[in-house]
Structures are given as C-alpha cells and as structure tokens.
Design a protein around this ligand. Sequence first.
Ligand code: GUN
Ligand code: ZN
Length: 433
Amino acid sequence: MPSSTILTGQVLTFARSPFAGDPAGAAQLHEAVHISDGHIAGLGTLDTLRKTAPQAKVIHHPDALITAGFVDAHMHYPQTAIIASWGKRLIDWLNTYTFPEEMRFADPAYAAEIADRYMELALANGTTTMASYCTIHPASVTAFFEAAEARGMRALAGKTCMDRNAPEGLLDTAQSAYDDSRALLQTWHGRGRLDYIITPRFSPTSTPEQLDALGSLWAEHPDCLMQTHLSEQLDEIAWVRSLYPQARDYLDTYEAHGLLGARGLYGHAIHLEPREIDRLREAGGALVHCPTSNTFIGSGLFDMAARKADGLRVGLATDTGGGSSFSMLRTMAAAYEIGQLSGTALHPAQLLWLATAGSAETLYLGDKIGNLAPGMEADLVVLDLTSTPAIAQRHARADDIWEAVFPTIMMGDDRAIREVWVHGSRIATSPRS
Ligand code: GUN
Ligand code: ZN
C-alpha cells in the first residue's frame, strides 16, 4: 500500500460536539480525505487534494461513509470467549462465567490466543482503539499490548486488580497490585501508540488498602488514566454500602482513596445519586455508557440526555463480554433504544460522535484519534451503507445523509465494514475484504 492515498466517498468529520447545539450542524461532509505517512494530510474535493498530492493513489467509495475508526471506551478482552453467556445478573454472572474464564489467563499462551482473537474481531467491526481491562495476571496485559502493537493500533489497557471477593486464583494484594501495575505502566505507558490504565476492577473486589495503593500510584503518574466500574446494578450498590459503611455513596469509595479525578473513567454509572453527579462534574471524571451490557445483564437505563445536560463527559463502549456484541454499530443502536426508553431520540450525529470523537475525548486522545483532521492519526473505517438487503431498501428511500446512515446504525454489523485503516495502512479484516 502506498504511503499516500486519497479515499473518496462521504467523509464525515465533526467541528464540535453534536450535544452542544444543533446535532446535524456539528458534522461536515467532504468528498475526499488524503492519508499520508500514517496521518490525515488533508480533506476537501478530489481535485484540490490531487493538486497537493499528484502521486497519491486514489480509491473510490462512491456511496460509502468514511469516518474515524470506532473507539470502544470500556471492554474486557479476556471475556471474548464467554460473550453471550445466559441467564445471570451482574454478581452471579461474574462468579459463574467471568471469574472461571479469567482464571485461564494464568496461562500466557491462552492470553495471547484470546488477545489475537479479540483484536481480529474488533478490527472486523471497525474498532481501531479500545480501553480494555485485562485479568490480574501481568502476562494478560503483555498479551494485549503485544497484539495491539503487532497491528500498529492505538490501544489502552491495564491489569485488573482484585484482593477480595473473587476466587483464590484471581486475587492479588494491595502491595502486589501496586508493584505489578507500576512495572507494567513503566513498560507500556507511552510506548508507541500504547497507554497504560490503572485498573481497580470495582470497590467490592478491592480492600480499602488496595484502593489506597492504586490511588497512590495514580497520584505518582497523574498523566495515566484510571478505569473502574460504578453503580451498575442495584444489588451491587447495596453490597458496596455494606462493605464500605463509612462511604457517603458508591463514588465516595473511590473518592476517599484518591480514585476520583479528571482522568478517571467510570463504567456504567447508571444509578447515580445527585452528590455523585455533582462530584463527577467538579472532578471532570468521564462516564462510559455500555448499552448492550446494561440490557443484557439487566442493569438499567443510562440517561444520556440527562447526564450530558448535567455537563458530564460521556463515552460509549461495548463492555464485551458483559456486552452482547463486539460491534460499535450494534452499540450505537442499543444507545438509541435506551435513549428512546428514557424519552430522548439521540441523533445519528450524536451516536456517531459518541462512538468516535466522544469516546476519544474521554481517553484524552481527542487530538489524535476519533475525528479526521489534518495532522491526526489515520485510523479510519469505510462503511457500506447498503450492506444487507434490508438496509439497502431503507437506504434507497433516504432524503439526506442522516437518513442514509441511520439504517446502518440500527441494523448494521460487521458486514457494513468495507475497509479499516490503521495508522495510514489498510488492514485485512476478514475474507470479505
Ligand atoms: N463489574 C465488575 N466487573 C465487571 C465486569 O467484568 N463486567 C461488568 N459488566 N461489570 C463489572
Ligand atoms: Zn466492565
């Protein structure tokens, strides 16, 4: 593949957040995008781009939508093989399916196999960056980063820390969680396109001493992200209350141990108290909406419109394997449906922004990925807007770009992913490509 390529189609970029004012007005469409040396070199008409890069190879995608690659802001790669496991709610689901599977990651070869499998599934679905939980095993982190690095991907992950309420084989300690996380951080954070995330799983599986230790590590590395879970299910919240009787609420279990901050990512965050919302806004922490997981595990309805009106930062994520899909298209569809159940029809521009620029901003990567602008890294996806007969016949009735793209958001899957570009190179994703 030449290092200078022009793609033509309907190239979608965002000038601002579609939650700030008219959603459609936030987006711009261009005829072509020029990719050079791994970065976006320009946007515009084919004629103008050709003048600046006469040697560039031109690839035409007449009816396709070309966007930044999808950014999955919260997922668990070790749960790849247990996605769609039946019949349990959060705590039983963790004990029945998740913890036994995560025990298998004591074997580095198994971790490497699943990391490769997961990366292929993510890329086939147009996801070019993800923030992943690993398991308690340091080798599971190595496996993830090696799989991402081999593909040139921008990716983030951390060792999941747990020192209570999990099987013996899945427990670390406050000290080993600190030591292992620190060593992994020093190896991987900022290496190429990779970043380390400090990762206490959630308050029920950490002692206050472990939360303290990870809070200290974060204070020593303030440029790192920190990810955890918050207020996902009512039973979980009651359990947290009994484990932390001093805490004012669930968020306070993190706040009291140095784990509330602007670079904090709080997954799910469905059932928040007014104080928690105020503190998250003041601290600048980001919520991560995991809609297919919230319906699949029966957690509840995240109120996107209310949280955006509260002034909170929000990203979008699959949460595989609690989530039921690897696809950010299916995730956007679920976000739309949950929005409807909460009284707000999210605009297609808002859904696409959440899956790209919005999630990238929660990861503090909004200047590098999640949008297409000169100088940004060239992670792109080419979406076929007529990928199935059902989608094609609805697309044929579309009067504007949003009607043209919405059937793919609601009904599309990996069949809609025509091409994926990572750091300026087109990658093979499946036999179809
Ligand atoms: N809360 C703590 N761990 C997990 C997990 O692995 N998945 C989900 N959905 N929620 C969690
Ligand atoms: Zn999760």
